[in-house]
Design a protein around this ligand. Structure first.
Ligand SMILES: [Fe+2]
Ligand SMILES: [Fe+2]
Length: 273
């Protein structure tokens, strides 16, 4: 099974790059399943229903999110209407929407996708992410009810991300981090067969601060006096993510590659497709 993950789309430039490039990638690489993180797709803050639907139309099977999921208030209502829209699973009971789902890939595989959020340096009040993802994976085990298991772990601390990778090694096909908006160079297959990358990076303008226009973030570090709002940067976007060949027999990863397509970062595409 051919799987592609794309990191946080940031603003118009990030989402437009995904809308323009993803249909061609699905065709050229004959992708079976695609997950895109959309938590910053609307001006850097949250996602609208229209953007969600356009992302699915462009080829995403599932759109995951993170701490910005409800920045656009309409997400509070559309989250519950769309199976393919996920918010962090370890939000409090009663939060609109869902944190995981079972989906069918183009090759017929049953794919469990879960979106979980970290606590370290982030939101200590959330439910334990290890318990949350452990319960989700136990209820739909790889090789039994699921042919592939994909986890978007949305977190700040690399240590917490690595430990989720080890916690799920052999029980998930892919554990990929999001939220820091910068791709890490540690994509690998863990000893138990789980493809892992601490952060997929963003789909956005890398001449920026995390995809936002750099002037105001810099000003706040220098002076602490806000001069304006954070606005999404508008330069051409680089698409970043992770490509994984998943075994149809075991559901574990066989090959993994970073994906970077665009004008700023060194380009990388999988050599195995
Ligand atoms: Fe983000
Ligand atoms: Fe985030």
């Amino acid at each position: 099974m051919r799987f592609l993950f794309l990191g946080d789309m940031v603003g118009r430039t990030g989402r437009t790059a995904v809308f323009e490039r993803l249909p061609g990638l699905v065709e050229d690489w004959r992708l079976d399943f695609v997950v895109v993180n959309g938590e910053n797709a609307a001006g850097g803050f949250g996602i609208t229903e229209d953007i969600f639907e356009t992302t699915v139309a462009a080829g995403a099977d599932v759109v995951t999110t993170g701490n910005h999921v409800f920045d656009q208030r309409e997400a509070l209502t559309f989250a519950s209407r769309h199976d393919r829209f996920l918010r962090p699973a370890n939000y409090p009971p009663g939060t609109p929407g869902r944190g995981s789902g079972l989906f069918e890939a183009k090759n017929g595989a049953r794919v469990l996708v879960a979106n979980v959020m970290g606590r370290a340096f982030m939101h200590p009040e959330l439910d334990d992410p290890f318990r949350a993802i452990g319960d989700i994976v136990s209820a739909c085990p790889l090789g039994e009810q699921a042919d592939a298991v994909i986890v978007d772990f949305h977190a700040e601390a690399t240590s917490e991300k690595q430990c989720v990778g080890h916690f799920l090694d052999g029980r998930a096909s892919v554990v990929v981090g999001t939220h820091t908006h910068v791709p890490t160079a540690d994509h690998q297959i863990l000893p138990g067969g789980t493809a892992y990358q601490s952060d997929a990076g963003m789909c956005g303008d890398y001449d920026s601060s995390l995809g936002m226009e750099k002037e105001e973030p810099l000003n706040r570090f220098l002076t602490r006096v806000p001069r304006g709002r954070f606005e999404a940067a508008q330069g051409p976007a680089t698409i970043c993510g992770l490509a994984v060949e998943i075994s149809d027999r075991t559901g574990l990863a066989e090959k993994v590659s970073a994906v970077r397509i665009g004008p700023r970062l060194e380009p990388v595409v999988p050599s195995f497709w």
